[in-house]
Design a binder for this molecule. Structure first.
Ligand SMILES: C[S@@+](CC[C@H](N)C(=O)[O-])C[C@H]1O[C@@H](n2cnc3c(N)ncnc32)[C@H](O)[C@@H]1O
Length: 208
């Protein structure tokens, strides 16, 4: 059994993937961490693959797999250059991860996700909204693109990066896809005793 609360957005994506006739083969981009969402797909019988850029986050996710008897494979790779063949996955998703790369990098990552996704396959991505009250620490080095040194080593890096989007801003990235769902989600958390709200813009899309 997965031991963490499964986010509603992940459950919603599964409702769509379960309706598909495609083989249950899925890729998670930014798959590491101690509560790895890839575990949910593995538990439900999907052939689950992941890419992750941080060794520390890969170790955390592998430890979770061992402790909970789950089977998924995470390789060290950058989602902007995926080490997989064209059209090799039925489903691709990135949960709370693409927000860690620049807006220019995000365009590259989405292009890669669509390259490895088969025609008719499903994509889930969420973006951090400018309505969020947290994570906006550090210096704006672009267009709501924050470079932050206050959480050194959280994911095994020297710095953390967050990009924020106005709620309609990502729409143009998906012009050639079929939009199945768009929504806004939020949750509260504490950062240094301060109450913060994470607001995300969620998309479920189909490759034409
Ligand atoms: C907030 S964590 C979310 C992890 C996981 N998706 C989850 O929900 O538990 C974001 C993850 O994205 C990874 N990441 C950041 N940039 C990446 C990139 N360019 N390629 C692959 N992974 C990346 C980070 O190392 C981190 O593990």
């Amino acid at each position: 059994m997965v031991t963490f609360t499964i986010p509603q957005e992940i459950e919603r994506f599964i409702e769509f993937t379960e309706k598909s006739d495609f083989e249950k083969k899925i890729l998670d981009c930014g798959a590491g961490g101690s509560k790895p969402k890839i575990a949910v797909f593995s538990e439900r019988g999907y052939e689950a693959h992941g890419v992750e850029i941080s060794d520390t986050q890969i170790e955390r996710a592998q430890k979770y797999a061992e402790e909970n008897n789950l089977d998924y494979k995470i390789v060290k790779a950058d989602m902007r250059k995926l080490p997989f063949e064209d059209e090799s996955f039925s489903f691709v998703y990135s949960y709370h991860s693409i927000m860690h790369i620049t807006k220019a990098g995000t365009i590259k990552a989405i292009k890669e996700m669509l390259r490895v996704l088969r025609k008719g396959g499903l994509l889930y991505i969420n973006f951090q909204s400018t309505d969020s009250t947290g994570l906006k620490w550090g210096n704006d080095i672009g267009d709501n693109e924050m470079l932050d040194f206050s959480e050194v080593d959280k994911h095994g890096f020297d710095d953390t990066f967050h990009s924020f989007y106005n709620n309609d801003e990502p729409d143009e990235l998906f012009k050639n896809l079929l939009l199945l769902h768009k929504g806004i989600s939020s949750f509260e958390y504490k950062h240094n005793d301060e109450k913060c709200q994470s607001v995300t813009i969620d998309y479920i899309l189909q490759k034409k």
